[in-house]
Design a protein around this ligand. Structure first.
Ligand code: LLP
Length: 451
């Protein structure tokens, strides 16, 4: 039995890729492709590993649900004791709907609206991470209006290069996030004086998919220095929110370890006697999911051989957006001696960016074969769109020998129902040029109700 390099819950058994006790091909048969598939056991194992690495630090782990906001996924984390890191009213609502206690929710983000702040305060969230002096004033006014006290941390921008993709770097001074280190003392003093808030500490988040953990050391050291300076000036600092960002392996390479990260946390901020909050997203869910997709056709051009899949950049946008390289494997285990060919693995969308991998070595595949795009648990389904009028794809959660469709595939009728053709188009446009609008159109649309 061989397992995927970075997630043993996905393994070959009797020549078929299984997730826990279930064959992915059997799930595909019922649900139709493409679909996301998550493993509960992988979620539990990864969470336990992260939490036990931090043992002794009394961590508050707020799962960054932007990585995967499915209610069943959040509820699984909540059941393990996790809180939630949220960045919008929608995420507050999702966290609450999945059973996350408000007292474990942290609200982050560079631009929260007054309505969002109001909603979060009314829900009774634990902490609001404030990213600018302007936001301090807005939050104070909202809290005073509501007659409540907001618990606040100031997000520091430490100007540290996280050594990751530019689009997901957040801790450099040219990034929009946080308050410059040099302005923290003044901003903290101002927050102490503002009505309607209790300033609890500092927060930081320098970027995502950090595979080198040294930038964390630089950032947390800056944070520790600030805590000492603030205390030296007579302030009370009770909490540090260290953000998320710990990376994962997307291929065979070893990923950064939770143990190494925890050790670094101990060394840099472990002796400050602060309550520590963590906001991991990808590290908890990234390798707990795959995207299962079918081959539509294999096509040769003069210089390349293309595998065209039924999933595309709208379903999993990371390869086109960040040039991410996800491992891709056949669901039916190839023979050990099968010849390997270089393939360009692409979706059917009408742009060249719709490419999952180029020159990837795979055993030959045929139309109808299933492939699994690995490490798709984080920033997969949540970033999907319906570009090219493609339906959002379902999400499936497996637990041992059971599976549930935890988000079903919408129907084409539901897609069409979201738009509206105003009467004035009816009146103005010549009806000779147009077929009748309305129920006839949707009734004629192909239905795909499975899943
Ligand atoms: N906390 C804050 C304030 C964040 O902005 C983020 C992620 C996290 C926590 C969680 O970071 P993680 O542990 O997952 O690295 N769509 C991109 C990733 C964007 C990350 C945005 N912020 C991707 O697919 O790589």
């Amino acid at each position: 039995m061989t397992a995927l390099a970075n997630s043993p819950e996905f393994h070959y058994q009797d020549g078929q890729l299984h997730v826990e006790a279930l064959a992915l091909a059997a799930i595909a048969q019922e649900v139709g492709t493409p679909f996301y598939c998550y493993s509960s056991a992988a979620i539990r194992r990864t969470y336990d590993n992260f939490a036990s690495a931090l043992r002794g630090l009394d961590p508050h782990i707020a799962y960054a649900m932007k990585a995967n906001g499915n209610l069943a996924v959040i509820a699984t984390f909540a059941g393990l004791g996790a809180g939630a890191d949220v960045v919008s009213e929608g995420e507050v609502r999702r966290a609450l709907a999945a059973g996350v206690p408000p007292a474990k929710i942290v609200f982050s983000g560079v631009g929260k609206t007054e309505a969002e702040l109001e909603m979060a305060l009314q829900a009774g969230v634990l902490l609001i991470n404030v990213e600018s002096e302007v936001e301090l004033d807005t939050l104070s006014a909202v809290a005073v209006r509501l007659g409540v006290s907001a618990r606040v941390a100031l997000r520091v921008n430490p100007d540290v290069d996280p050594n990751t993709h530019a689009k997901i770097s957040t801790g450099r001074k040219e990034n929009k996030f946080g308050i410059d280190t040099g302005r923290i003392m003044a901003a903290f003093a101002r927050a102490v004086d503002l009505p309607g808030m209790e300033i609890d500490g500092l927060a930081i988040h320098i970027g995502s998919q950090l595979t080198d953990i040294e930038p964390f050391r630089r950032a947390f050291t800056i944070l520790a220095t600030l805590v000492r300076e603030l205390r030296g000036a007579g302030h009370t600092v009770r909490r540090l929110d260290l953000g998320g960002g710990l990376g994962i392996a997307y291929g065979d390479e070893p990923g950064p370890s939770a143990g190494g990260y925890a050790e670094l946390v101990r060394q840099t901020v472990g002796d400050l006697d602060c309550q520590l909050t963590f906001e991991p997203g990808r590290a908890l869910i990234g390798n707990a999911g795959v995207l299962v997709t079918a081959v539509i056709l294999v096509k040769d051009s003069a210089s390349r051989r293309f595998i065209v899949l039924d999933s595309a950049m709208n379903d999993l946008t990371r390869p086109s957006l960040y040039s991410a390289e996800h491992a891709i494997v056949a669901v039916a285990e190839p023979a050990a001696d099968a010849p390997l060919h270089p393939f360009d693995i692409v979706g059917p969308i009408c742009e060249t960016g719709d490419t999952f991998a180029t020159g990837r070595s795979l055993a030959p595949v045929r139309a109808g074969d299933l492939l699994a795009i690995c490490s798709a648990g984080a920033y997969g389904a949540v970033m999907a769109s319906s570009y090219n009028a493609r339906l959002l794809i379902p999400e499936v959660l497996v637990d041992d020998g059971d599976f549930a469709v935890v988000r079903r595939r919408p129907t084409f009728d539901e897609m069409l129902d979201q738009d509206y053709i105003p009467d004035w188009i009816e009146k103005r446009e010549s009806s000779e040029n147009r077929a009748p609008v309305g129920p006839d159109v949707s009734a004629k649309s192909a239905r795909r109700d499975r899943g």
